[in-house]
Design a protein around this ligand. Structure first.
Ligand code: APR
Length: 322
């Protein structure tokens, strides 16, 4: 590159994607192809991020984008990023308990956040690694950033799944469905039909309660259904799309209202916990947490989900002292 083209390229935003596995590589592809940002892809495995970056760079001409991608194992190359997306971690293996996964991925998330923030102290952080709500809390604590700048990607994905199933059921395009899912990213998540509409029509008007309950169940098991089919690894196309939606909202200061894991300080009766709630997302990160009025049943479901996240979190907090 000439000096001119280097300074032209750096005039774009920069996003670091930590983890060059399925989700990270697909996210890098989406960011480039939407012309959203220059991407730095970093992984612990030597050669992997470099190989993925070279492959993606060679698609630039065909895809017609003008963003750059660098693959690296060195955090110095990620310096001055506007956003850091954490996808690093291990998938849950047979025989591994949920707590084992929390310990393993917790260490990875804390370590990667500290290293990334050392060279990009102003960055917003989006966590994708599971178990999502716990990992986001650890990332926030490890970062030392205000909570507005650290958030987790889950509600956008869970809502996208609910949206897809409703759209199939009604034979409408998914864009016509506006879906809302609250709570932790797990089987206790809380899809909210009362706040889910099809071109403004509450979804409950358009299908039976029983059918809706089936779609809610399928949404709750959305990730597991794909794991079962793939047999190895988990979903990555839709998770990458959802993370990309959040990156775009921040970089373009869209101030969109999206469900995401945010730090609660009393909203929904919950204190000092990261959990999926609707937020306004813009350049400063989480600009506002919206508090929906919930029925007693919805509030109880949210409390159950929160209790399960809190229990997992208790076992992981000691990792922050390491
Ligand atoms: N630093 C950087 N990268 C790391 C580290 C680390 N300390 N530890 C592991 N990685 C990398 C792995 O080398 C691998 O390339 O993280 C990547 C994870 O990729 P995959 O195993 O393909 O997992 P993926 O499907 O991308 O999912 C990543 O997102 O949706 C969640 O549950 C999913 O927690 C998982 C994460």
């Amino acid at each position: 590159m000439t000096v001119d083209s280097v300074s032209f390229a750096r005039s774009f935003s920069q996003v670091t994607v930590v983890g060059a596995g399925n989700v990270g590589s697909t996210l890098a592809q989406r960011l480039l192809e939407h012309n959203l940002a220059n991407v730095v892809l970093i992984d612990i495995v030597a050669g992997r991020p470099q190989g993925v970056a070279l492959d993606l760079a060679q698609a630039a001409g065909s895809e017609g984008h003008n963003r750059t991608i660098v693959g690296t194992n060195d955090y110095q190359d990620t310096a001055s990023s506007d956003i850091v997306v954490i996808t690093a971690g291990l998938p849950r293996r047979p025989g591994m308990t949920r707590d084992d996964l929390t310990q393993t991925n917790g260490k990875i998330v804390i370590e990667t956040v500290r290293q990334a923030l050392a060279v990009s102290p102003q960055a917003n952080i989006i966590v994708v690694t599971n178990p999502l709500d716990v990992m986001t809390y650890l990332a926030w604590k490890a970062s030392g950033l205000p909570p507005q700048q650290v958030m987790g990607m889950a509600g956008v994905l869970d809502s996208a799944r609910f949206q897809r199933f409703i759209a199939w059921e009604l034979g409408v395009p998914p864009q016509d469905v506006s879906a809302m899912v609250l709570g932790g990213h797990g089987d206790l998540m809380v899809p909210l039909p009362r706040y889910t509409t099809v071109s403004g029509i509450p979804v409950g008007e358009l299908m039976s309660t029983d059918r809706l309950a089936e779609l809610i169940d399928r949404t709750r098991n959305g990730g597991a259904e794909i794991v079962q089919l793939l047999k190895q690894g988990g979903a990555y196309y839709a998770p990458a799309s959802s993370a990309c939606v959040m990156v775009e909202a921040i970089l373009r200061h869209q101030r969109r209202i999206l469900p995401l894991a945010a730090h609660l300080t009393g909203q929904y009766g919950l204190e000092d916990l990261y959990l999926g709630v609707p937020c306004r997302l813009g350049q400063g990160g989480v600009e506002e947490i919206l508090e929906l009025s919930l029925t007693a049943e919805e509030q109880e479901a949210l409390a159950r989900s929160a209790a399960s996240v809190r229990e997992q979190l208790q076992g992981a907090l000691a990792l922050l002292d390491g």
